[in-house]
Design a binder for this molecule. Structure first.
Ligand code: 2E4
Ligand code: SF4
Length: 332
């Protein structure tokens, strides 16, 4: 008689289980460039290489670079005179550049070019003497860097609720800018509220919320709207990662959690769950997402299906000061 083996009995929810994986997710062009900048600087100059603030807001990336000899500092007075320091992807204000020059530091600027673009817009509006409303989150490094371009012209607006309290010198000379990693929908609501008060409001010349932020939000809306559970991989201080969990809930996901890695998943989240959607912020190495998929597979979930909602091919050249040194050393 043929041995048909032990029959596999699927519980009803297992039969329907599905895991969808957002594409795009994870590293954007600015993060890729910033992380490679620190790696190449370590190779070229040898450790220690100082980095002002977290190069990107991901604790695993920072821990890995620390292992290789990067030394992360909060402020430049922690860097020895004459040493090499990398500025993080979130950008720095002109005051920080001045401080670096005073301390004779060798600087490598890993600010994402799309953040630098917002700095240019701030300078332009300020030189035309506009009051600039910067939509963003207080205390975020990118906001501090951008606001520092023209502190006397810029005021922070954190959301629609702040709009009633804004005072400007001339209601016909008001412009807005934003942090690159905000929720697109929430920012539009804030801009609408600002425009209702200042109808001649000037828009930025192009989107400040960058392509990577927009693409990741669109992707999680697509696969999150009907999900029982959305898992977003990213650190707690990563603005774009935190926004992804919020956007998923707004889109209709029954639950959404942000975690640093699979070790933070609470098994109870999976109770009665069939449809799981997974994504990651722009500062997150994909190995951490693989860890989440492995965790799900070990608990009876099927292989993930990637859902492609946008193609990304942007690559940024390394900072020119690093390229020059690499060339001089015959390494580029
Ligand atoms: C620079 C600008 O801004 P956020 O907190 O999302 O930064 P994170 O480091 O998580 O992501 C990369 C990044 C860097 C985003 N915008
Ligand atoms: Fe640049 Fe956007 Fe990436 Fe930020 S999220 S580093 S602005 S590409």
């Amino acid at each position: 008689m043929t041995d048909l083996g032990t029959p596999i009995v699927l519980r009803p929810e297992e039969a329907e289980r599905a895991v969808r994986l957002a594409a795009p997710r994870g590293y954007c062009a600015g993060v890729d460039r910033a992380v490679i900048t620190v790696e190449q600087a370590l190779d070229l100059y040898g450790p220690p290489v100082y980095v002002r603030k977290q190069i990107v807001h991901n604790k695993h990336v920072v821990a890995d670079l620390e292992q290789r000899g990067a030394v992360f500092v909060e402020e430049l007075d922690e860097v020895p005179e004459g040493a090499t320091v990398v500025f993080s992807a979130h950008g720095v204000s002109p005051a920080v550049h001045d401080q670096a020059a005073e301390r004779s530091l060798k600087t490598i600027d890993a600010t994402c070019p799309l953040v630098t673009k917002v700095h240019h817009e701030a300078r332009r509006f300020a030189s035309d003497d506009y009051d600039i409303l910067l939509i963003g989150h207080e205390g975020h490094e990118e906001v501090e860097g951008t606001a520092g371009e023209a502190p006397e012209h810029i005021q922070l607006v954190q959301g629609p609720d702040d709009v009633a309290g804004i005072t400007v010198r001339d209601p016909d000379k008001v412009a807005w800018l934003s942090q690159t990693t905000l929720s697109v929908d929430e920012t539009l609501a804030t801009v609408d509220a600002i425009r209702a008060r200042f109808p001649n409001l000037l828009d930025p010349p192009s989107d400040d919320i960058c392509y990577a932020t927009q693409n990741r939000q669109l992707a999680i809306k697509e696969i999150g709207q009907d999900a029982d559970l959305v898992i977003v991989v990213g650190s707690a201080n990563s603005s774009n990662s935190v926004r992804l969990a919020e956007v998923a809930l707004e889109a209709g996901a029954k639950a959404a959690y942000r975690i640093d890695d699979a070790g933070e998943i609470d098994e109870a989240w999976l109770d009665g769950v069939e449809k799981v959607s997974v994504t990651s912020g722009a500062s997150v190495p994909d190995s951490l997402v693989v860890g989440v998929l492995d965790y799900l597979a070990a608990r009876g979930f099927p292989d993930a299906t990637a859902v492609h909602t946008a193609e990304e091919s942007l690559i940024f050249a390394l900072p020119p000061e690093l390229r020059r040194d690499l060339r001089a050393a015959g390494k580029a």
